[in-house]
Design a protein around this ligand. Structure first.
Ligand SMILES: Nc1ncnc2c1ncn2[C@@H]1O[C@H](COP(=O)(O)OP(=O)(O)OP(=O)(O)O)[C@@H](O)[C@H]1O
Length: 262
């Protein structure tokens, strides 16, 4: 269950400020794409445009060949799920009830949650290792547990395109790795904003670097996150290190050395 995603010439403004300009990306079915860039570079804005929740001032988004911004809310919600960074949740809702909200695009407003829906919700909670907390009010969950409830809500929406805004925020290191493994196993097309460049290098098929509202070409992590690019975009030193056992490349991030400072 995955889909092709194509965006062309996207531009977006906030007030008088242009946040994104001429962003293009072509994502193959089933790919995991990482969006990286400094604070305020436009990652969340781009995800909201790709989710169809925000209109671009210029450009188009096509999901499975269909123009996303031309769809009604229910049709769109069957194609794309966005797990945003911060979402206010009604405090007295139980964890499973929040996850069940992800089924809204498939339900009539008058129907309750039947056994099939309950099973889907239970499965999504199990995928994020929260089966035991299904009946806990969300205001009694930790920040990391709430993040995982929101991810479960995105999973239960069963969309071929899943957008995640900094999904590893608040998660301990084990749960960060578990989440990225889960994302890889889903077989969906996934676009996620990440701050952790090492995680992006280790787990994404390709990476989009956003810098001052412009996107560098989508490329495999080793080509997208070269020491030169990381230095110019983030102002830090990045040294690729090969893991002695797995052979995977990890980025060692340190302050920019004075001799390299422009
Ligand atoms: N409603 C708004 N009005 C004015 N400016 C906005 C608005 N929303 C976002 N911006 C600005 O747009 C820019 C991009 O914001 P966005 O949240 O997309 O960045 P981001 O890359 O996700 O940042 P972060 O890494 O800090 O989460 C920022 O400079 C932000 O201040």
């Amino acid at each position: 269950m995955s889909v092709h995603l194509r965006a062309e010439g996207l531009a977006c403004s906030a007030g008088k400020r242009v946040v994104l300009r001429d962003v293009r990306l072509d994502v193959r079915e089933g790919e995991t794409i990482g969006i990286v860039g400094p604070n305020g570079c436009g990652k969340s804005t781009l995800l909201r445009v790709l989710a169809g929740l925000r209109n671009p001032s210029v450009g188009h988004v096509h999901v499975g060949g269909v123009r996303l911004h031309g769809l009604g809310a229910r049709q769109r919600a069957r194609k794309v799920a966005l797990v945003a960074q911060e979402q206010d949740l009604p405090p007295d809702l139980l964890a499973w009830e929040v996850v069940a909200l992800g089924l809204t695009p498939y339900r009539s407003p008058w129907n309750g949650v039947g056994p099939r829906e309950r099973a889907a919700v239970a499965d999504a909670l199990a995928q994020v290792a929260l089966a035991d907390l299904a009946d806990r009010p969300v205001n009694q969950l930790s920040g990391g547990e709430r993040r995982r409830v929101l991810l479960a809500r995105g999973l239960v929406q069963r969309t071929p395109l899943l957008l995640l805004d900094e999904p590893t925020n608040h998660l301990d290191v084990r749960h960060q790795l578990d989440l990225m493994q889960l994302v890889r196993r889903l077989g969906r097309t996934v676009v996620l904003a990440l701050h952790d460049l090492t995680l992006a290098t280790a787990t994404c098929d390709r990476v989009l670097v956003l810098h001052e509202g412009r996107a560098l070409p989508l490329a495999p992590p080793g080509e997208a996150l070269t020491p030169g690019v990381v230095g110019a975009v983030f102002g830090v030193d990045a040294t690729p290190i090969r893991h002695p056992v797995t052979g995977d490349t990890h980025l060692l991030i340190t302050p920019l050395r004075p001799e390299c400072t422009p």
